[in-house]
Design a protein around this ligand. Sequence first.
Ligand SMILES: NC(=O)c1ccc[n+]([C@@H]2O[C@H](COP(=O)([O-])OP(=O)(O)OC[C@H]3O[C@@H](n4cnc5c(N)ncnc54)[C@H](O)[C@@H]3O)[C@@H](O)[C@H]2O)c1
Length: 267
Amino acid sequence: MPTLLVTGGASGIGAACARRFHAAGYHVMVADIQDEKGLALAAELGGETGYVRLDVREEQDFEAAVAAVMQRSGRLDCLINNAAIVGVIGPLIETSAAEWDHACAVIQRSVFLGTKHAARAMLTRGNGSIVNIASVAALTGGFSPHAYATAKAGVEHFTRSSALELIEHGIRVNCICPGNIATPIHTGVTDDRWQGRMARISELQKDDQPLARFGQPEEIADAAFWLASEQASYVVGHALVVDGGLMAGRAWRKQPPHLREYHPVLK
Ligand SMILES: NC(=O)c1ccc[n+]([C@@H]2O[C@H](COP(=O)([O-])OP(=O)(O)OC[C@H]3O[C@@H](n4cnc5c(N)ncnc54)[C@H](O)[C@@H]3O)[C@@H](O)[C@H]2O)c1
């Protein structure tokens, strides 16, 4: 059976990916540092679903997780590099180098480590797919804290860079740039300055985002499943934006009157 390894698989988008691939018949290995949630998800899905503790900052954890997948299923078809944190927030003049390094290690260096060890396993079959979860924050400024946005831009670029090399071995690498998705990442940060962020995003969406709602983790999981599938066999080094139109431009309903005049439906 095809096999998926998903980092940060105990929560949010990662858990939705685990469910989506499981429903399609994949053996799924959920990897996370939230052991209780990861084990509960694996038990809920049952069958060939497993859980492995994997801190994405640790290279030996990736080695062990890939080895566990190979021992269990004998093959690795897809890695989703999904785990991340918001990381350090606040003005850059108050940001320490240690906080910056920590965010980049979890968000960006992790994708290099995962890709390296998954590719080693995939090389033996000359086939595989790696899907990195980047962000719209990789594409433009202002959506996220400095370290997060910078690290995600690195993820988006590493997608292209690694895709060029790995396609030579039959491994397709792509990424997804989600917009605002309703997951615990928005509510889990305890810093006061972050509190109420979902309410603030909801307000902004009413004004500016073409599709004025949060995305659901399942909508990202569907995109990841498609990228991993044979339906996307010609898609290589691509950044797939899944954001309710956020990156497309300001909602028509909020365009100034002189622009709306040209619109055949809305004027
Ligand atoms: N939710 C959004 O609006 C949004 C938007 C753009 C991109 N993303 C990206 O989607 C991905 C999934 O995030 P989510 O929204 O589902 O958030 P989430 O907080 O629900 O999930 C993140 C998971 O990563 C795990 N994790 C954190 N640090 C880890 C570490 N060191 N090692 C292993 N696992 C670790 C957490 O335990 C958690 O299970 C992230 O890459 C995030 O940056 C989310």
